[in-house]
Design a protein around this ligand. Structure first.
Ligand code: AKG
Length: 276
């Protein structure tokens, strides 16, 4: 498996970003796009607990990848304040996955400003991600086929990234946006095609914004308590936009229906297909 470093863009200009990364679909880390956000200085645990502590949130665990589980399904609900207490004690590796912060908490939402990039970036679909040591977001690409700008506010975590052309070597499951391989501990006996994988690895730190092009596979590993938000920008291609609509409203619902109907045997069928 070949893992390259992601380019770090220190001096941003829109034309170069568009030409070198956006149009070619190559990820990069943008430095300082978020330095004017109040979130970077304000979002300590006490402040988050004050603003969001009472909210009952659905949390995800590693079972995100277990047979029969749906993409984005949650495992447990609890108050955010209770979760933060458990994280402080190091007793919880659950994660908040894609919680619409601008919709559910206007005060925290106001601490996130624009990225000052010359693209149509959705202000409404701004999602919060929280996790801690031991937490992991398994392999997937984003179902709506948008470009993602993922900005870390606290802590650091590692992203593993692969282009869509690597789907075959990632044993992607049909009717889903999921792969069940683990690039951190690759099992080459079970998944020999993984040896041919070529992708990127990057450790993100507070203030870094990772650009994840449409349809890019990613697996995320938390090394410590980390808080991040992601912005989305619609792909300019109508065809890609339609693929996102199809994924969300047809493919995903079909997969959920089959999960309910056939459970484990539906998962085993998709797994067999992924080996072909
Ligand atoms: O950081 C995470 O836990 C997941 C991030 C992710 O999957 C995304 O932004 O699409």
């Amino acid at each position: 498996m070949n893992l390259k470093d992601v380019d770090i863009v220190e001096k941003f200009d829109d034309a170069s970003f568009r030409q070198i990364y956006l149009e070619k679909g190559i990820p990069c880390v943008l430095k300082d796009r978020s330095k004017h956000w109040p979130a970077l200085s304000k979002w300590n645990e006490d402040y988050l607990a004050e603003k969001l502590g009472e909210a009952e949130i659905g949390f995800s665990d590693a079972g995100f990848s277990e047979p029969g589980k749906n993409y984005m399904s949650t495992t447990k609900k609890m108050n955010f304040a209770e979760y933060l207490e458990q994280v402080k004690l190091g007793t919880n590796s659950l994660r908040v996955f894609a919680y619409n912060i601008k919709y559910y908490c206007k005060d925290l939402g106001a601490d996130i400003k624009t990225l000052n990039i010359d693209m149509k970036i959705s202000e409404f679909f701004c999602f919060l991600f929280v996790g801690s040591k031991g937490g992991e977001t398994q392999f997937h690409y984003d179902i709506d086929m948008t470009h993602i700008f993922h900005t870390v506010i606290k802590g650091n975590k590692t992203f593993y990234l692969y282009d869509k052309s690597m789907s075959h070597n990632l044993y992607s499951h049909p009717y889903t946006v999921r792969s069940y391989v683990d690039v951190v501990n690759p099992d080459y006996d079970k998944y020999p095609r993984m040896k041919a994988l070529e992708g990127y690895k990057v450790v993100l730190e507070p203030g870094d914004t990772l650009f994840i092009p449409t349809g890019y596979w990613h697996q995320v590993v938390y090394h410590e308590y980390s808080v991040a938000v992601s912005h989305r920008s619609r792909n300019e291609s109508k065809l890609v936009f339609m693929e996102g609509v199809f994924n969300l409203f047809i493919m995903q619902l079909f997969d959920r229906f089959m999960n309910k109907l056939l459970g484990d045997s539906w998962f085993r069928y998709k797994e067999r297909e992924s080996f072909k």
